[in-house]
Write a protein that binds this ligand. Structure first.
Ligand SMILES: [Zn+2]
Length: 67
């Protein structure tokens, strides 16, 4: 297990979601422009994406602290 020193878990998650293009489950639109919006309360990160085509909202919740 390499220590990722300068990168926080949130930062790594942001990078992951920066790579992942949100695909709308409702209409299939792939949003390459907007991406996910991240938010954290210190224990969980919520990622949210609103489809610019049909307005459907997707949310993902991830635990930051897993130790
Ligand atoms: Zn959609």
């Amino acid at each position: 297990m390499a220590a990722e020193g300068t990168k926080s878990p949130l930062r790594r998650l942001r990078e992951y979601y920066d790579e992942a293009e949100p695909t709308c489950p409702a209409c299939g639109y792939v949003d390459q422009a907007t991406g996910w919006t991240g938010r954290t309360d210190g224990q969980q990160v919520s990622y949210r994406h609103k489809c610019p085509s049909c307005g459907a909202v997707q949310e993902r919740e991830l635990d930051v602290c897993r130790d």
